[in-house]
Design a protein around this ligand. Structure first.
Ligand SMILES: Nc1ncnc2c1ncn2[C@@H]1O[C@H](COP(=O)(O)OP(=O)(O)OP(=O)(O)O)[C@@H](O)[C@H]1O
Length: 554
């Protein structure tokens, strides 16, 4: 079956942004024209030229207000649609990249991904809503400045000077505020990590509340305090900026009223009109200053998301065309030659070395691997599955060298039940599974009293640990993959079913042409395997002969 492709979220398009900007400008201009008209009326009133109701003024004001309402309404609707589109588009994109991203990379970035999905996407959405006010205020600001220049060049020159002073002060302090905002955002990753520990370890915490108290006191509280401190510094700094801007304009207004209006000899109507526009300008500046922090945060969040997308490089199978998935008929063998892999700590020192491993598996083989805890069995399986990419060595399958181009075909060889498996309640990606086979397997695995097959999946997955493992194996067997890998699968089974597993189920799988590779410690059943391997300090040794010789002696 062909893997489904990514369907981009359809409600966001680049042209939407152009339309929004145009509507924002129109809406801002409508507001500004209204202001000009009010200013004109004030001038007429002051000059004594408007003494009785004049219906023509209604004909000027009414259409203006109408245009304002229509433009603002349509603008707001578009912005809301756009911001919701952005929200879901980014969320979907991150999730899809996640689905296709590299296993090893994702392992080390779980908190980052969660923080991006929950925090950054919300910040961006909020900012895209704030843009309504921001854009309108910006248009008003620019239009007011232009209009002021027409009314009085010297006065607008002074205003521009004051504004430049405010902007310079703002820019100087922004760097510092950005640093605080960045620190607070970094702490969000930690918060998610400890939140994950509380949710994941909830049973343990319920049994031992001291654990919960300790996580809260020693981890959550310091994060909260540090984030509180950083955010408080950033926001108070930004609010102080806003206040400084306001004070500058108050000083300007006072200067114009107390000194300039009389000293320069400009007319009362020009002074009043100018001050009126200036007050409006001030409210636009205030709005911009209030909204700037959220836009700064949004910029930071957008960067985080972009970085995350870059880090979670799409894995191989996204880049190349889908290939025919493998089947038991097409599978013949896998050969691993001199494969090595090292785990490193933060100081980049090697903490565990796996290999060099040589290993071969042929169709229909039943292979058991045993070895002590931490000997490297799971690491080997991850390497075999190409979830971990080997440092050196090669893998060939059916005579072809495993490369990025054929990695998806290689991965389609395997059906796996990991030790820490996740049981999906639906047959995702395999909707057209064989119902009859499913019912047969449910009976073979003796859970027919508990579970049935529904249109999409299993009727229930609320079962015991051992039963859930049986379901997980049934689910992977329904995928019709040629190689089944089991990581300590039988460990949770009762002795009766364990016997059935080794004596009946494994031979049944072999009879179906399936190759089985199982990590197991059930030495009483090692004879059920065709080949037996031992893992020790990352080295895999074929012990088939030794085991057979030992059995003969006994
Ligand atoms: N993600 C990781 N990062 C760093 N080291 C790791 C990681 N996973 C495993 N290791 C180390 O690699 C070694 C082999 O681990 P592995 O899980 O492969 O052992 P195992 O044989 O499957 O053990 P077990 O029987 O306990 O499951 C261990 O010493 C472990 O500490």
């Amino acid at each position: 079956m062909k893997a489904p492709h990514f369907v981009p979220f359809r409600f966001v398009a680049g042209w939407q942004l152009v339309r929004i900007i145009l509507k924002g400008v129109l809406s801002g201009l409508a507001g500004f024209l209204f202001l000009v008209m009010v200013n004109r009326m004030i001038a007429l009133l002051l000059a004594g030229q408007y003494k009785q109701f004049d219906v023509t003024q209604v004909l000027i004001f009414a259409p203006l207000i109408l245009v304002f309402i229509l433009a603002r309404k349509s603008f707001a609707t578009d912005v809301v649609r756009f911001s919701q589109g952005v929200f879901w588009k980014i969320r979907n994109e991150i999730l899809y990249i996640l689905i296709r991203s590299d296993y090893a990379q994702l392992q080390s970035r779980k908190e980052q991904v969660q923080a991006a999905l929950v925090y950054d996407v919300n910040v961006l959405t909020q900012a895209s809503l704030n843009i309504i006010q921001f854009a309108i205020s910006l248009v008003m600001l620019l239009a007011c400045m232009g209009y002021m220049a027409i009314r009085s060049l010297p006065l607008s020159g002074i205003t521009l000077g004051v504004a430049a002073l405010g902007v310079a002060g703002y820019l100087l302090s922004t760097k510092q505020h950005n640093g605080h905002l960045r620190r607070a955002r970094d702490l969000e990753n930690d918060f998610i990590k400890y939140f994950g520990a509380i949710m994941g370890g909830f049973k343990e915490i319920q049994m031992d509340p001291a654990k919960g108290d300790d996580i809260y006191n020693s981890r959550i509280l310091p994060v909260a305090e540090a984030a509180y401190d950083s955010n408080t510094r950033a926001y108070t700094g930004l609010l102080h900026n806003q206040m400084s801007g306001q004070v500058l304009f108050y000083l300007l207004i006072s200067f114009i009223l107390i000194y300039y209006s009389v000293a320069s000899g400009i007319s009362v109507s020009v002074t009043v009109g100018f001050l009126f526009i200036l007050l409006y300008l001030l409210s636009s500046i205030e709005t911009i200053m209030v909204l700037l922090p959220s836009l700064l945060q949004a910029r930071m969040s957008a960067r985080r998301i972009a970085e995350l997308k870059q880090q979670l490089v799409m894995s191989d199978n996204k880049v190349f065309p889908e290939q025919q998935p493998a089947t038991t008929d097409t599978f013949s063998n896998i050969r691993i030659t001199a494969l090595t892999y090292c785990y490193h700590n933060k100081q980049l020192e090697t903490t565990f070395r796996s290999g060099p491993i040589n290993f071969q598996v042929t169709k229909g083989d039943v292979i058991f691997i045993y070895g002590g805890n931490g000997s490297g069995k799971t690491t080997f399986i991850l390497l075999l599955l190409h979830l971990l990419k080997a440092d050196t060595g090669t893998i060939t399958f059916n005579g072809q060298l495993l490369k990025t181009e054929n990695a998806s075909q290689y991965k389609s060889l395997f059906a796996i039940v990991f030790n820490d498996f996740y049981l999906f309640d639906e047959f995702y990606g395999h909707r057209n599974m064989d119902r009859e086979k499913a019912m047969h397997l449910i009976t073979l695995f003796e859970i027919q009293e508990k579970v049935t097959i529904t249109a999409n999946g299993f009727s229930s997955i609320d079962l015991s640990t051992g039963q859930r493992k049986r379901l997980a194996l049934i689910a992977v067997l329904l995928e019709d993959r040629p190689v089944v890998i089991l990581d300590e699968w039988a460990a949770d089974q009762d002795p009766g079913f364990r016997k059935k597993f080794y004596r009946e189920i494994i031979p049944y799988l072999k009879g179906e042409g399936i190759t089985v590779i199982a990590i197991t410690h059930d030495d009483a059943y090692y004879h059920c395997a065709d080949k037996l391997f031992k893992m020790e300090y990352g080295q895999l040794t074929d012990e088939t002969m030794i085991f057979q010789e030992k059995r003969m002696v006994v």
